[in-house]
Ligand binder design. Sequence first.
Ligand code: SAH
Length: 220
Amino acid sequence: MADLDPHRRFRRQRQNLVDLLREKGIFDERVLAAINQIPRHLFMDQALERRAYEDEALPIGLSQTISQPFTVAYQTQTLAPASGERILEIGTGSGYQAAVLSRLGVSLFTVERLRPLYERTRPLLKELGYRANCLLGDGTKGWESMAPFDGIVVTAGAIDIPRPLLDQLKEPADGLPGGRLVIPVGGLGGQTMQRIVRTGNNTFEAEELEAFSFVPLIPD
Ligand code: SAH
């Protein structure tokens, strides 16, 4: 069947997914609206598209996954990015999380370590009209030349918190709060989501949130 307007396909499934996410505790209406509008089925192999609006992580090749919609919604809601903010994502992967952030009007920077994913996703985001600055590299180093960031979101599990990511958060100034980092921390058994806020030149406040299970962040 010709796919004339991909954004119109699976509309009912998308709405059902949004209803489910709401039941699971996602309340940020901007995040829910973004998920309602983004064709997640285009961020995976066509053979899997029937499952695109289940609340599940799905394989995207190279032992990587497109994150579960709940996880994407949760991380985005926790990051709470305002339109126009500079946001860095570590782990571009399928590009779906990047699309959600782009849809929220942020100035988006995203780093992917695996070349085949970078080469597939960068043109896909562009083709679908999502604005993102993509970099091929090791995200544990952040993206120094584009720092500082209002927010950083890491979409793979970290054994510990990479120092460069803390350093690349905006410092608080002129009464404005510092940048924040949303990162799942823990080993292969699972991670705890942490929200870290920069409170000064070398001071940070961390808050431990819920348990998740991510693919590991691959260090250099
Ligand atoms: N945000 C993605 C999630 C993909 S899974 C999405 O919405 O689909 C995690 C991704 O992190 C994978 O693509 C993996 O290749 C990437 N990754 C792992 N270690 C990394 C590193 N050190 N730097 C950048 N990306 C990394």
